[in-house]
Design a protein around this ligand. Structure first.
Ligand code: ZN
Length: 337
């Protein structure tokens, strides 16, 4: 079974509030959410592709009979959070931050991402699996995904904060990016004490910073903790507590201090990744998280930031370079270096 084929489990986390979890939350195993009011509902994110999108709609169906889906919030522009949007009712508004729509249209369009997925599928089948081929990572992770170049993009955008009134409930949409991507948004349902964190929250798997700055990610986590929510729904992984959010902030502090020390010593992102994964924190504190090798992607982003380059969504070339080092670390550490 491909990682993205993990079974989905619908969990009620509050009155009229559900999380659809795909555990353990590896590549493409994206959580989504449903918030239902008296006569209308909103969906938080959609999974990778049409098949999983339809599965989501089937599981949501009993809860939206009296409260039809009127809108969906897309937390950010990564394909695993919005490519299933075609499965939403055609009248539903699709809401995202303005920066996410820009990213989808210009920097990370479905056509390009679709091409990468298709190429990865082919390349991961040929016998290059033991070498540091960047497409091996994507190809292994996305083996079951059906990419399609044309998708329904967000139809309503906002910047900063917005209250979404829906079926008698008032949801807070808060733009917290750029951090994981250019336009990260969280959804806060204060009436049930639930935060949907999108990919600003990973639990049990190593987070990935595509955009940065890291300081803004730490700030976003501190603001999330200040909400004192009862439940935090990560983009990937099981339901989280405030303490888990703090542990993720500690990971970013570690990258900011120990990663920066590697940068100052003149190391490359790959060399820094090796050093950090072999360090006591790398071997102990974060060792239980899936995909420790993904630190390479984050370090490529951090290096751009520390070199003083303008922060932006990585280009295809930059993504391939980062995936290549990720694959190297994966091979080295799976062989017990
Ligand atoms: Zn994701």
């Amino acid at each position: 079974m491909a990682p993205s084929d993990a079974p989905a489990e619908l969990v009620q986390i509050g009155q009229g509030t559900w999380a659809l979890l795909r555990l353990p939350g590896s590549w493409g195993q994206t959580n989504t959410g449903l918030i239902a009011g008296a006569d209308a509902s909103v969906v938080i994110d959609t999974p990778w592709d049409e098949r999983r999108g339809q599965e989501m709609m089937r599981l949501f169906e009993p809860h939206v009979r009296r409260a039809p889906i009127e809108s969906a919030v897309i937390t950010h522009g990564d394909a695993d959070h919005w490519w299933g949007s075609d499965c939403l009712p055609s009248h539903a508004d699709i809401i995202s931050s303005e920066a996410t729509l820009e990213e989808i249209k210009h920097d990370n369009p479905p056509r390009q991402a679709s091409l990468v997925v298709s190429a990865s599928r082919v390349l991961s089948r040929v016998p290059v699996r033991r070498i540091a081929h960047p497409f091996c990572i994507i190809g292994e992770a996305l083996a079951g995904v059906q990419p399609s170049p044309e998708k329904r993009v967000p139809s309503v955008t906002f910047t900063g904060k917005r209250v979404l009134s829906m079926g008698g409930r008032a949801l807070q949409l808060r733009e917290e990016g750029p951090a994981h991507t250019a336009g990260d948004v969280i959804v806060y349902a204060p009436d049930v004490g639930v935060v949907f964190g999108g990919d600003l929250l990973f639990l049990g798997s190593t987070p990935v910073a595509w955009h940065g700055p890291l300081s803004n990610w730490i700030g976003a986590l501190e603001r999330m903790m200040a909400l004192e929510a009862d439940t935090y729904v990560p983009g990937h992984g099981p339901l989280a507590t405030k303490r888990d959010v703090g542990e993720l902030a500690a990971y970013w502090q570690w990258i900011t201090t120990d990663g920066r020390a590697c940068f100052d010593a003149g190391l490359t992102p790959l060399e820094a990744g090796r050093r950090l994964l072999a360090s006591p924190d790398g071997r102990n504190r974060w060792a239980s998280w899936l995909h420790p090798e993904r630190i390479a992607i984050t370090l490529h982003t951090a290096w751009r930031e520390w070199l003083g380059r303008e922060l932006s969504t990585p280009t295809l070339r930059q993504r391939v370079a980062a995936f290549s080092d990720t694959r190297r670390l994966q091979l080295e550490f799976s062989q017990g270096r």
